[in-house]
Design a protein around this ligand. Structure first.
Ligand code: FES
Length: 163
């Protein structure tokens, strides 16, 4: 969503006010902020810390503990590589090494142009056709490094289809 800084601060304060009195309020607040903005803006951390009488470092600690939370806007495409056993037996380890090297990122990181975020996933229910990756709702089977490169190239220009 596109809100001015003042509007964003107001929205965050509404979220905090609605949830801060609940037991264990921090996680529901973080979830709600991320749902609203698609990430946790820096200003939210300070506002939450103040409202819950915690330090910003403590809020950061919780955010970094849960992989679900992001402090940067999401990239355009989320590419998930299956790390479960059946896919690993079919070459997922080599694929993930290639993906990290070719994209220049580790898991849970985004490319510098914010086009792609690389994430692990644990079984996509397509075990006999691994290695599998998922992009949005599309599960793509038998992905080797060459196919991975072609898919990534296509992400900049066209929608990827299951093959
Ligand atoms: S192990 Fe990868 S899809 Fe099941």
């Amino acid at each position: 969503m596109n809100a001015t800084p003042v509007e964003s601060e107001q929205q965050i304060n509404v979220i905090i006010d609605n949830l801060k009195h609940k037991p264990g309020a921090l996680l529901p607040i973080l979830h709600s902020v991320q749902e609203t903005f698609d990430y946790i803006p820096p200003i939210a951390i300070d506002l939450i810390a103040k409202a819950l009488q915690q330090t910003s470092a403590e809020i950061h600690g919780v955010i970094s503990f849960y992989r679900h939370f992001h402090t940067q806007k999401n990239s355009t495409h989320r590419v998930e590589i299956c790390r479960a056993e059946a896919c690993q037996a079919r070459g997922a380890r080599e694929l993930e090494a290639w993906a990290k090297e070719s994209l220049g990122v580790d898991y849970h990181q985004s490319t510098s142009d914010r086009n792609i975020t690389l994430d692990p996933v644990y079984c996509l229910g397509n075990c006999s056709c691994g290695p599998n990756i998922r992009i949005a709702d599309d599960v793509i089977a038998r992905v080797d490094p060459q196919k991975f490169d072609a898919i990534v190239k296509g992400l900049t220009t066209a929608k990827v289809h299951i093959q």
